[in-house]
Structure formats: C-alpha cells, structure tokens
Design a protein around this ligand. Structure first.
Ligand SMILES: Cc1cc2nc3c(=O)[nH]c(=O)nc-3n(C[C@H](O)[C@H](O)[C@H](O)COP(=O)(O)O)c2cc1C
Length: 192
C-alpha cells in the first residue's frame, strides 16, 4: 500500500446511480466483505453505532415504484416528467440495497453528530471497497428513500439513514461532472 494507490482509489470513487446498473447479482460473500469493511471505521468510545440490512426480493421491485409514486405525488406539473416516472418505477430492480441503521449508544452519551460522523466513515469504507471491486455505488438519502425507510421495522431508539445502493455498472456510462473546489479555498493555516 502506498500514498499514490490510496489517492487513486479515493479519486476513482464516485456516485453511480442505479439506472446504470447491470442485471448482475453481487454475491453474498462480496456483500459481506464490503459491509465488514464498514465495521472497521473509527468510532468515538468504540460505540459502533450501526447495523446494516440487505433489502432483498420485493424491496428491489417496491422501492423504485414507491419512489416513482412519491415524486408523482409531490411534484407539480412543471417538475414532473412522465419519462422519468416510468424509468424510476424500475430504478432499484438491479440494485443491492443496504439500509443504513443508526443505533445511538445510550451509555456513551456522545453528541449525535459524532455517532453519525462515525457511520459516515463506515459508508465511505463501503464506497471505497465498491470502487476497488469495480462495483458502482452511492448513498441515497432522498425524501422518497427516507419515506420508504418507514416500512422497515426498527427498535425505538434506532434511526434509518438512507440506503447504500450497489451494482455492477454498465459499460461506457455517462460521467457526472466531478469537480472539486481548490485546496486554496478549503485549506488555511492558523499560525498564531
Ligand atoms: C450523506 C450523503 C447523502 C447523499 N444523498 C444523495 C441522494 O439522496 N441522492 C443523490 O443523488 N446523491 C446523494 N449523495 C451523493 C452525492 O450527490 C455525491 O456524492 C456528490 O454529488 C459528489 O459526487 P461523487 O460521489 O461522484 O464524488 C449523497 C452523498 C452523501 C455523502
């Protein structure tokens, strides 16, 4: 392992939407390997405030339909596109869906943001793992997805933080613009 390879992996990671996933299953072993890497994320006081649920079977059909109907309900005529609606109906059918569940640790009494920051580190581990396996992925926290999360039975103190989508990407998919602001805008040195 060296810095160059790490930098390459970090910069190769990107958001790949489920429209661009092939009809090709990710094996159980691979899913387990990816989620295992999430478990190796750092957590303050070692709280590990998370669990993950693979949403299979009917969920893969249902989620896309739910999203499409959700947007039809909330979008006005100007925003609504029938083409997009039809495409969204089958949006999740090729995706492996990992529900991200936040389990706050009562004893540790940490600020919530620290626990959610820790989960985000776990998600980044999954995202980078997918990149190294040539699996497309992204974290979906859209209002439709968060609303879909109400279907999942959780313990009272748990919270649904969206879905991590994964799938093998089609060839030659259209790249999103992947610009970043410059280092000089984001890094400063406080000397005194
Ligand atoms: C916490 C979090 C939530 C996100 N939720 C969404 C989402 O709901 N819908 C979406 O299209 N992208 C979502 N994304 C992906 C971002 O849009 C994406 O990371 C950003 O545009 C930069 O692109 P890149 O991942 O290709 O570098 C989310 C990313 C993060 C970190």
């Amino acid at each position: 392992m060296n810095f160059e390879d790490t930098t390459k992996l970090i910069r190769k990671r990107k958001t790949t939407y489920a429209y661009d996933f092939l009809d090709k299953k990710i094996s159980k072993k691979t899913i387990e390997n990816i989620v295992s890497n999430a478990l190796w994320a750092p957590t303050h006081m070692h709280t590990q405030p998370w669990r993950f649920i693979v949403l299979e079977g009917k969920h893969q059909e249902e989620l896309g339909e739910f999203m499409a109907n959700y947007y039809r309900k909330i979008y006005n005529e100007k925003q609504f596109s029938n083409k997009r609606y039809e495409e969204t109906k089958t949006y999740s059918k090729n995706a492996t869906l990992i529900a991200l569940i936040f389990q706050p640790n009562k004893k540790a009494k940490l600020p919530e943001w620290e626990e959610i920051a820790a989960i985000s580190c776990g998600v980044q581990n999954m995202w980078l793992s997918c990149t190294s396996l040539n699996i497309g992925s992204y974290w979906d926290t859209s209002i439709a997805t968060i609303a879909y999360g109400k279907k999942i039975k959780l313990a009272e103190n748990e919270q649904f933080l969206g879905i991590f989508f994964m799938g093998y990407p089609k060839k030659n998919i259209k790249e999103n613009s992947r610009k970043r602001k410059s280092l000089s805008q984001k890094l400063s040195w406080l000397k005194n």
